[in-house]
Design a protein around this ligand. Structure first.
Ligand code: NDP
Length: 399
């Protein structure tokens, strides 16, 4: 079928690369390009000998010119951005210049402010349309599969969705006193920011970790979860017409929150650069350097994740409740692709999103959030590529 250029060679990229190789009818060829080429080469070596041809390259994804040169040389059908949210716009610019389709898993963030907003990327809508190319935003799990779940619930189960609660539980234990499951900088920026939810046309802001609930998750059991701001709320509030409220909850253990509190109190989670021995350093970036690399947690992490959405609304004039979720086992992921479930649950949908554009199953042109497309082929692919979903019509509700 074609060729994908994967940018980034971290935890999520590693899973996506494995999954592209499992889907070699679509991904006949991939080029892995990242800042540290040796990481790309390691994946290429591990997966050599399969049907998918793999090449590697070094690139600084902050440099649009270098990206354009790389895309012109490699001529991919789609660029799958699995670097960091800071690189979204330079990569989108390079895709525009070369008229190449674009997929990512996280919205653009400026380096100096922790903002999770789509406005910068939505500003590319007309340009992508005019260029005749498609950008698929947020093709991870959350955002990503959660948006596909919403589109699926809307299409098959409701005339009107009134309430959406997105619940993200990780019951994995890696045995370290403190570590983050994906890029620590992005993770800590997310959990130290104010919380927010959407209600009756407005964004309601809460203090970090202000709203706590306990939920009895299928296959995991009871966990503390906290309301967070999460980027898919912004697009779902627009694309799920008439929705009254959308909330996002993530589980955290008391131990994780205690460590975070201390790190915050001593200033280690700050993204303001400070002067250290004549050099400017960002405390949070330094913290990232001393924490365990998320990619190294795979062999140690035991337990399961459960991520899904609870919907309440009306069908044929009657009240209806519906819960769609996926349960993923850290150790099974590790056995299959050598990484834990957080990278796995993001890397699989990233590959599927790229495949949707490569095969023309999803077409633009323009810039789209994932829930704007037909969810059915994506839901089938989730079952096929390792993230089977389950449904319940009588779930426990979150008050
Ligand atoms: P990692 O930190 O493990 O990997 C990031 C990769 O990007 C590294 O290989 C890094 O290179 C590379 N990179 C960083 N800056 C540049 C640059 N300027 N030029 C080229 N390459 C660069 O992160 P993850 O794999 O955990 O996460 C990847 C993305 O997935 C992030 O955007 C994250 O927010 C998103 N994500 C989305 C989720 C979802 O459900 N939607 C969930 C989890 C993550 P180097 O090796 O040199 O450091």
């Amino acid at each position: 079928m074609g060729k994908a250029l994967i940018i980034g060679a971290g935890g999520v990229a590693g899973v996506a690369i494995h999954k592209c190789c499992q889907n070699s009818d679509v991904f006949e060829e991939i080029c892995i390009a990242s800042r540290t080429k040796s990481k790309c080469d390691a994946y290429a070596q591990k997966l050599a000998g399969g049907k998918t041809k793999i090449t590697t390259a070094q690139v600084d994804a902050d440099d649009t010119k270098a990206l354009i040169a790389l895309i012109e040389r490699e001529k991919p059908d789609v660029v799958l951005n699995l670097a960091l949210p800071y690189q979204d716009l330079t990569i989108m610019d390079a895709c525009l210049a070369t008229r190449t389709n674009y997929v990512d898993t996280a919205n653009y963030e400026p380096l100096d402010t922790a903002k999770f907003e789509y406005k910068w990327q939505w500003a590319y809508r007309e340009k992508f349309k005019e260029a005749g190319i498609t950008a698929l935003l947020g093709s991870g799990f959350d955002p990503g599969v959660t948006g596909v779940f919403c589109a699926y619930a809307q299409k098959h189960h409701f005339d009107q969705i009134d309430y959406i609660d997105i619940l993200d539980a990780n019951a994995g234990d890696h045995g370290y006193p403190f570590a983050t499951n994906f890029n620590p900088e992005i993770n800590i920026r997310e959990v130290t920011a104010n919380g927010s939810y959407y209600e009756n046309g407005k964004e309601v802001i809460t203090k970090p970790m202000e709203i706590k609930r306990v939920y009895n998750f299928p296959e995991i059991g009871k966990r503390d979860m906290y309301l967070l701001h999460h980027e898919e709320i912004e697009s779902l509030a627009i694309n799920i017409k008439g929705v009254k409220r959308i909330r996002f909850f993530m589980t955290f253990s008391e131990n994780y929150l205690n460590h975070l509190k201390v790190l915050q109190n001593v200033g280690m989670t700050s993204i303001e650069p400070i002067d250290f021995e004549g050099k400017q350093i960002v405390p949070l970036q330094f913290l990232k350097a001393v924490l365990p690399d998320p990619a190294s947690l795979g062999p140690r992490t035991k337990g399961k994740t459960n991520i899904g959405c609870i919907f309440r609304g009306k069908k044929d004039g009657k009240d209806k409740t519906y819960y769609l979720y996926n349960v993923c086992d850290h150790q099974e992921c590790y056995r299959e692709v050598g990484s834990q479930a957080i990278s796995y649950t993001t890397g699989v949908p990233a590959m599927i999103g790229a495949a949707m554009l490569m095969t023309g199953t999803w077409k633009g042109p323009g810039v789209f959030n994932i829930e704007e497309f037909d969810p059915d082929p994506f839901m089938d692919a989730l079952n096929q590529f390792g993230l089977p979903w389950q449904e319940s019509f009588d779930p426990e509700l979150v008050d």
